[in-house]
Design a protein around this ligand. Structure first.
Ligand code: SF4
Ligand code: SF4
Ligand code: SF4
Length: 202
């Protein structure tokens, strides 16, 4: 009997068929629950964003700071190949290029002084200031004056001023220093921008 050797096209068809079958039974959403994703600016209304995004990759290709990456299947089937922000790669300076090239309006008008991508949260277990090492890089780097030192010399985020640009997470050296000291259990930095409660513009 002739061996069956599937081409790449056959493989994609089979994989797609399995995906559709799993979606039909609801199994996919249980096995691969959708995570909350940090979208490029203007994509914070998650349900509307997902219904419009074509996964066309234009926003990622046009981003000059390379802060846009792609979600994968581990982020949930519905999120696969949608654009997400990765502040370990870059920062968002709100240049608007991604919004301009988006063909469907998945990324809509965004005012960085009013709208929010997310919120920066201090991670006390990792932040070097909590480790008595006197770091204040995030305070000095924030372009919106949204972080200050409190009376104990610990960084505090002003939720109203923070728009989630990612500069603080990008400059934080804690991951590197903890990595050198052998602590590889935490893959986040001492400050991490996260989706705001509800995941919508506030
Ligand atoms: S606004 Fe500019 S820097 Fe920010 S994600 Fe879009 S293209 Fe990138
Ligand atoms: S340009 Fe718009 S439609 Fe294309 S991947 Fe980006 S958000 Fe989705
Ligand atoms: S994400 Fe960080 S750097 Fe950007 S506005 Fe918020 S606190 Fe400032």
């Amino acid at each position: 009997m002739k061996d069956f050797q599937p081409s790449r096209r056959d493989f994609l068809k089979i994989a797609g068929g399995i995906g559709v079958a799993l979606l039909g039974t609801g199994t996919a959403s249980k096995v691969l629950p959708a995570k909350k994703m940090l979208r490029p600016p203007g994509g914070q209304q998650e349900a509307d964003f997902l219904s419009r995004c074509l996964r066309c990759d234009r926003c990622r290709s046009s981003c000059p700071t390379k802060v846009i990456g792609l979600a994968n299947v581990r982020d949930g089937l519905v999120n696969t190949r949608t654009p997400v922000l990765n502040f370990h790669q870059g920062i968002c300076d709100f240049c608007r290029k991604c919004m301009e090239v988006c063909p469907t309006g998945a990324l809509q008008f965004f005012d960085p002084l009013r709208d929010k991508i997310g919120r920066a949260n201090i991670q006390p277990d990792i932040c070097l200031a909590y480790d008595s090492r006197g770091c204040r890089l995030c305070v000095d780097a924030c372009p919106y004056g949204a972080i200050c030192m409190d009376a104990q010399n610990l960084p505090v985020v002003d939720e109203e001023k923070c728009n989630g640009c990612g500069v603080c997470e990008n400059v934080c050296p804690a991951l590197v220093l903890h990595g050198f000291s052998g602590n590889r259990t935490q893959r986040i930095r001492g400050i991490k921008v996260e989706v705001r409660e509800g995941g919508e513009d506030k």
